[in-house]
Design a protein around this ligand. Structure first.
Ligand code: PHE
Length: 445
């Protein structure tokens, strides 16, 4: 049986953009920007995404496409001696843990989505949206079932394979996500008082600039492009030999930037129009936004659309997080895919249970001073992800041969040696340097 592959380059780009655009872009980015003073943070984030982020994305693409192997074998093929394949194992472990709590939030979104049919999320009986969120997350049965439902939706798609599963779902979900964002953005921008929100979002406030802003933005840029865990190595390993990697990478980055801007323009103007605070942290989506929709005509409909969008964004990222684990386990034996996807998916669900219970039964149990959910998030986002990103960048820069890199990077592309030299400079020195700085900051800062 042949190794699966993407049906088209556009399918690959949409699936990779689907992995990139997720909770990081539509949930975390707006609330972190809200806390970090808006415009300036966004601006720095976008610059970093287009420079350091894009270089590393290309490094993952080059490694994956040239070896045509998943997380473990890709490293082995380039460097058979030594323990380099541990980079892939770090990626698999990180993805396993990441999806374990990512899917919990996926579950909350699923619950809100289902509840948006029955009303009462945008207008809770006692008018308190934050209390409603607490009431929902503290009921282990409701969120537990929603969590399982979210994982099953993910498994059902990934078990169908690259072309028939992930690509097909992405081809529907990504354009839908775009259209829904467009509708929400227009609605938000045409509200009375929206302008202030636009100013907040787009006007850089230099007085808010600190070292933190920069480092946060860099960490966010890597997370937003799904870098450091070999997801992009895996996805590109299924890509046709002749598709241009630089233009695919640009498409993914530009789509991410576009959606990030649309998310900002959908959220902040609406907040300002209704005098809601932009700096409410993680609660932004589950309590502030429902409150905003509660005041809009047809708010229920808009809220339903918003949750559908969140669901699509989260699912398309979840596909990639299972796929990176399934690919090395099946090694091209597609007949094993179904069974492996179910096993991996259900194990991830089981691993996520304590994260889910962090908001109910385990809310008083602390690990390193954090609830379980936050402890796993910390381990993945602040340690495993930057570590993986650093190692991948060094591996591609120093373990792969220069002529091979050049050939793989430029094949099918109109770009020439100048581009190659700049990219090499980025992944040899600038990207590793930036990651080291962030790394130390995240752990010791
Ligand atoms: N990029 C995803 C997001 O922004 C998260 C992610 C990270 C997905 C790493 C896969 C791998 O939500």
């Amino acid at each position: 049986m042949q190794r699966d592959s993407w049906g088209s380059r556009i399918g690959f780009v949409l699936a990779a953009a689907g992995s990139a655009i997720g909770l990081g872009t539509v949930w975390r980015l707006p609330y972190v920007a809200g806390e970090q003073g808006g415009g300036l943070f966004f601006f720095i984030f976008i610059i970093l995404l287009m420079t350091v982020g894009t270089s590393l994305l290309l490094a993952e693409f080059v490694l994956g496409r040239s070896t045509k192997e998943g997380a473990i074998e890709a490293y082995r093929k380039i460097a058979p001696k030594g323990q380099w394949h541990l980079i892939g194992i770090i990626g698999m472990v990180a993805s396993f843990l990441l999806l374990s709590f990512y899917s919990v939030v996926g579950g909350w979104i699923t619950t809100y989505f289902v509840r948006s049919f029955t009303g009462n999320v945008t207008n809770p009986p006692d008018g308190d949206h934050a209390a409603l969120f607490e009431q929902i997350t503290s009921n282990p049965w409701e969120v537990g079932i929603a969590h399982l439902a979210f994982m099953i939706m993910t498994i059902l798609v990934v078990q169908m394979g690259i072309k028939k599963g992930i690509e097909k779902a992405s081809i529907y979900m990504m354009p839908a996500l775009f259209v829904i964002f467009l509708i929400l953005m227009v609605r938000s921008l045409t509200l009375d008082g929206a302008y202030e929100g636009v100013v907040y979002f787009l006007q850089p406030d230099f007085s808010a600039l600190t070292g933190d802003t920069f480092l946060f933005a860099l960490g966010q840029a890597f997370f937003s492009l799904s870098l450091g865990v070999s997801v992009m190595v895996t996805y590109s390993s299924y890509l046709d030999k002749n598709a241009s990697l630089p233009s695919s990478a640009w498409s993914v980055v530009l789509l991410s930037v576009l959606i990030a801007i649309m998310a900002g323009l959908a959220i902040f103007p609406a907040l300002y129009a209704f005098d809601m605070p932009p700096d409410q942290g993680p609660m932004l989506i589950f309590s502030v936004i429902p409150a905003v929709f509660g005041q809009l005509a047809f708010g229920e409909v808009f809220f339903f659309l918003f949750m559908l969008l969140m669901l699509f964004a989260t699912l398309t990222s979840a596909f990639s997080l299972i796929e990176i684990i399934v690919t090395p386990l099946i090694r091209g034996k597609e007949y094993l895919r179904k069974r492996m996807t179910w096993i991996v998916g259900l194990l991830i669900f089981a691993m996520g249970i304590p994260s889910n219970l962090s908001y109910s039964l385990l809310s008083d149990t602390y690990f390193f001073g954090m609830i379980f959910f936050d402890a796993v998030d910390y381990l993945v986002s602040n340690i495993l992800l930057p570590l993986g990103a650093l190692l991948i960048s060094l591996f591609v820069a120093y373990k792969m041969k220069k002529p091979d890199l050049r050939e793989e990077l430029l094949r099918g592309s109109k770009l020439g040696d100048r581009f190659f030299s700049i990219w090499l400079l980025m992944i040899r020195f600038i990207t590793p340097f930036c990651i080291i700085v962030v790394f130390f900051y995240l752990i010791f800062g």
